[in-house]
Design a protein around this ligand. Sequence first.
Ligand code: G3H
Length: 261
Amino acid sequence: MTERLPLMAGNWKMNLNHLEAIQHTQKLAFALADKDYEAVEVAVMVPFTDLRSVQTLVDGDKLKIKYGSQDVSQHDSGAYTGEISGPMLSKLKCAYAVIGHSERRQYHGENEEIVNAKVKAAYRNGITPILCIGEPLEIRKAGTHVAYTLAQLDGALADVPASDAESIVVAYEPVWAIGTGEVATPEDAQEVCGAIRGRLAELYDAELAEKVRVLYGGSVKSSSAAGLMAKPDVDGALIGGASLDADEFVKIVRYREQAVG
Ligand SMILES: O=C[C@H](O)COP(=O)(O)O
């Protein structure tokens, strides 16, 4: 079985201006030790306006923390006012781009076709997508959450070759758990993360599916991280609110030191 290095990715959402971003990243860099990075990959997904500041810090101080954007345009250049392209992000050495976050789907009308085009734009520019999928509350209540989430996965990966898909990060983020304080149980997370891995094996092959990291996101805190991470198909977390508190984020990175609760 492939060893998957867990990924703890903070999604700052629309928080922290570039000065605050510098302060926050320095705090993380100061708190995290080499041994933390050996056990876990640590990343921050920051607002576009913070990227240059974070890049300068990471490059200048040779920090091991990775960074990326929260979106990417499906187009590489042109008359798309307000958009930020893959080549721009790759010039800033972004390792990752969050794609298809439920807030983008809800507030910016991103559908499967757009998400699929954005996944391809990221790969075209050497950026690894953190693809977000997950069901809203009414779908969970109807009991069709696995099928719903897998359909989102199918749509996002349409015509994406295995040579690209093998590096994708998939984040299962049930919408009802995002920013609500209502974290999914480890069993809920495992059910869908396991199904995602199963579908990757069907779409590609078992070897690829074993390599891909599947994260859970939705109200993750240091008190819930260890329990989620104990599940075999949960390979990390996409952390919103708790990633804005450096001490709490570091505790999540060090989930192995926390009780399984
Ligand atoms: O991308 C992160 C998720 O939307 C989770 O956010 P949250 O941890 O604030 O619930």
